[in-house]
Ligand binder design. Structure first.
Ligand SMILES: [Zn+2]
Ligand SMILES: [Zn+2]
Length: 339
């Protein structure tokens, strides 16, 4: 069950007084259960929570095992395929759907892509969307959760989610999704999905070693390429939208934040690098506003709309595209999403 509404530090208040006897135990439980316990500094702790961060660090160190497990074309192809699939789930669904409601879809498809998004190991869809909505409300102002202007580049890239202050899902910002118990469950126990993916990668490699030995892979090699390396590259490509896309690139629109348009970032993030466009008009399903601004996510969404998997892609009004002024538009469309 989702916990009742709490302040989550939006007003800067620290709610002390319920200090549990074993904070380290709660921190460890949070590897598996995002609603485990309450720590006294959940709303103010801005230091890296090293104990909870161990799996994140271990994933990076595990990349080094590539020197032991080696490489094969099939392992690299699986890594690339999982990068693209999970990046699309993050950009198309965690971002444009769950955060901005830029299109509609059915409840099964909604959950399917929530699952694929959770396989990106960036927490659940509600945690992700709630912090992203907060970012749009406070872009680059002192309350922004990941502003390079306010807290420095490293914080915007990966410091902000390694601290307790942003650990909790800001449920007050995703009330529209709370009626879906499957999403609440996934948001609480999202770690099940990446564990399943890692086990699946090992199993796939073992199967291929037995039945396609000529392909030169095995369980450990597929685990390292398909899960570890693919996820680490996916991590840092995604994180650039919060860090580099607010400092590197061109500003077509005079938004009140520092967001930029950057073709390289758009390429590696399947369209999210048109970040100044996006801050100018967040409700649109497309972020590349002109034909030469490649937005792979939008192209896939268009294809899915042709197949009636998604529908009601929110358009970009020409008047918003053509004005260079800063304008205020709602970050998410009103109304129902899944039917
Ligand atoms: Zn931004
Ligand atoms: Zn956004």
């Amino acid at each position: 069950m989702v916990k009742p509404h709490r302040d989550f530090g939006l007003n800067g208040g620290q709610q002390a007084g319920d200090a549990p006897p074993a904070g380290w135990l709660i921190t460890l439980l949070r590897w598996f259960d995002n609603e485990a316990g309450v720590l006294p500094d959940d709303e103010s702790h801005r230091q890296v929570d090293w104990l909870r961060t161990i799996p994140f660090i271990a994933m990076h160190l595990a990349c080094l095992t590539v020197f032991w497990v080696g490489v094969s074309p099939v392992a690299v192809a699986v890594a690339l395929g999982l990068y693209l699939l999970r990046m699309f789930a993050i950009t198309g669904f965690y971002h444009r759907y769950f955060s901005h409601k830029a299109f509609r879809t059915s409840r099964p498809v909604q959950f399917l892509f929530a699952l694929v998004g959770a396989a990106a190991v960036q927490r659940g869809p509600l945690w992700w969307a709630s912090h992203h909505r907060h970012h749009h409300i406070h872009s680059d102002d002192p309350e922004d959760v990941h502003s390079p202007r306010q807290q420095g580049f490293l914080w915007s890239h990966m410091g902000w989610f390694l601290c307790r202050v942003h650990f909790r899902t800001r449920v007050e910002l995703v009330r529209d999704w709370l009626k879906f118990p499957e999403l609440r469950f996934l948001d609480r126990y999202d770690v099940i999905v990446p564990i399943g993916l890692a086990v699946g990668m090992f199993g796939l490699g073992e199967l291929l070693e037995s039945f396609q030995p000529a392909w030169g892979t095995n369980g450990l090699q597929m685990l390292v390429w398909g899960f570890v390396i693919s996820t680490i590259v996916l991590y840092h490509a995604t994180f650039t939208v919060n860090s580099l896309a607010h400092v590197w690139g061109r500003r077509r629109y005079a938004t009140r934040d520092d967001s930029r348009n950057n073709a390289f970032l758009a390429l590696i993030t399947l369209g999210e690098g048109w970040h100044n466009n996006h801050h100018h008009y967040p409700a649109s399903a497309r972020q590349g506003f002109y034909w030469w601004e490649l937005d792979a996510t939008y192209l896939v969404l268009r294809l899915m709309a042709l197949l009636h998997i998604v529908w009601d892609l929110k358009p970009l009004p020409a008047a918003f595209r053509d004005t260079r002024r800063s304008v205020t538009v709602p970050a998410a469309a009103e109304g129902e999403s899944a039917r």
